[in-house]
Design a protein around this ligand. Structure first.
Ligand code: AMP
Ligand code: MG
Length: 405
């Protein structure tokens, strides 16, 4: 007996354990979720610095300066970015300074060189400055001890930049789940090889690999296996040893060569459910093997695409502690009426635009072609009557997940 989609998702979430945090080199954490706060270890910038190419001076010395009546100061040193001046600055003195240079002790402002005659030993100042004018204070960006990022936020490029600026080289994050993908079927031929009679090229693994790449989920293994019990059990057993989640496609229904359920039982997996009241994808099975979740999906190309979005994404989101990977559902209205009745929720591929969704033809389980150009899956609720145009439905976005549509 099939269980409802809601029940299936609830079970997937409760049987899937979030992966424990790991410490990784900073750059390897991009796209993960932080498992610790990032706290500033120092002031940034660590010293007062110049925002301009010009001269550091004391504002007091520029009191009456103007273009008509410049003030002349002696240039006593140089401070370039990374090459600070060794001398402190006294009254009537200036230090030649470049952007990013340390403002020397004794100086309290910087004049841009355009406001001077750019003199070498002496410089004429054409403008009066206020104390701390053009002066980037130490800790202008942040002070030591300040919390820069909270636990539980996505590591973005900005997080990498800020963490680096405070000298952070490693970060504790919730890692991305590693997925093993197994496509089953005697009829599957490897791409590049000629097709024998009755053979087809596998479209499921390229499609699902593509989806996982779009969602930034690493895949550690991708194998095609024949409908042979030994081969299947070996492949599943091996997959469980180097992945956090196993996805299989094909061989999960009630046909004579549908061996995945028996293989999982033979391996001693805990079978959580087998059969979900949706179309397509009804035979989907969920099991736990050696603590690893296994999602066995129907091999029909559209069925595997639908169940990936509905069932695999919640499992990945739970493993990664990352809600962005979860299915994203928006409400939309049907552009046209929908007359195909179904005793269970039926998923159709659709084109969502400005809150309305249209459903192209050729939606068979084995037909993948019209997926191209579609940007959502539309949940058509079971209904004894056809649905009129304007009916509100759920649209599951087929977006690039973490990195937006
Ligand atoms: P199954 O779920 O194994 O009963 O397969 C259902 C249908 O999907 C059959 O027509 C299979 O040939 C097809 N199929 C199974 N696996 C794949 C795959 N990896 N790529 C494309 N079609 C597949
Ligand atoms: Mg098969």
């Amino acid at each position: 007996m099939e269980i409802s989609l809601e029940e299936a998702i609830k079970l997937i979430r409760s049987y899937t354990r979030p992966l424990a945090p790991v410490r990784l080199p900073l750059f390897g954490t991009l796209g993960c979720i932080t498992a610790e706060e990032i706290v500033a270890r120092m002031d940034q910038p660590p010293f007062p610095r110049s925002p301009y190419d010009g001269y550091a001076l004391r504002a007091q010395d520029s009191l009456n300066a103007s273009r008509e009546a410049p003030v002349t100061l002696s240039v006593t040193g140089r401070s370039y970015a990374g090459i600070p001046s060794e001398v402190a600055l006294g009254a009537g003195e200036a230090v030649r300074i470049m952007t990013g240079g340390v403002i020397p002790e004794g100086a309290d402002c910087v004049i841009a060189q355009e406001q001077t005659d750019e003199g070498v030993l002496q410089v004429r100042i054409y403008k009066k400055l206020r104390p701390f004018e053009n002066y980037c204070r130490q800790g202008e960006d942040f002070h030591c001890g300040v919390r820069l990022a909270t636990c539980g936020i996505p590591v973005t490029a900005a997080v990498l930049g800020v963490a680096s600026s405070t000298g952070c080289t490693e970060l504790s994050v919730f890692p991305k789940p590693r997925v093993a993908l197994i496509s089953t079927g005697d009829e599957l031929q490897t791409l590049g090889q000629p097709l024998g009679k009755g053979q087809i090229y596998s479209s499921n693994d390229p499609h699902l690999l593509g989806r996982m790449a779009e969602l930034r989920i690493p895949v550690t293994e991708n194998t095609n296996v024949r409908d042979e019990m030994d081969e299947l059990t070996r492949a599943i057993e091996k997959a469980s040893s180097n992945s956090d989640l196993i996805i299989s496609t094909g061989g999960v229904s009630v046909g004579q060569r549908d061996l995945v359920p028996a293989a999982l039982e033979k391996l001693g997996a805990e079978i959580v459910f087998h059969g979900v009241a949706i179309k397509p994808g009804m035979p989907a099975e969920f099991a736990v093997l050696h603590g690893k979740p296994v999602l066995a999906l129907s091999g029909n190309p559209f069925a595997s695409a639908v169940t990936f979005e509905l069932l695999v994404r919640p499992a990945l989101a739970t493993l990664a502690s990352d809600l962005r990977i979860d299915a994203r559902i928006v409400k939309a209205t049907l552009t046209d009426s929908f007359s195909l009745k179904c005793p269970v929720t039926r998923f159709q591929r659709g084109i969502l635009k400005n809150g309305t969704v249209s459903i192209p033809g050729e939606q068979g389980n084995g037909q993948l072609k019209t997926m191209i150009g579609c940007n959502c899956l539309v949940a058509i609720p079971s209904s004894p009557e056809s649905l009129p145009a304007g009916t509100f439905v759920d649209a599951y976005l087929l977006e690039g997940g973490i990195y937006g549509i």
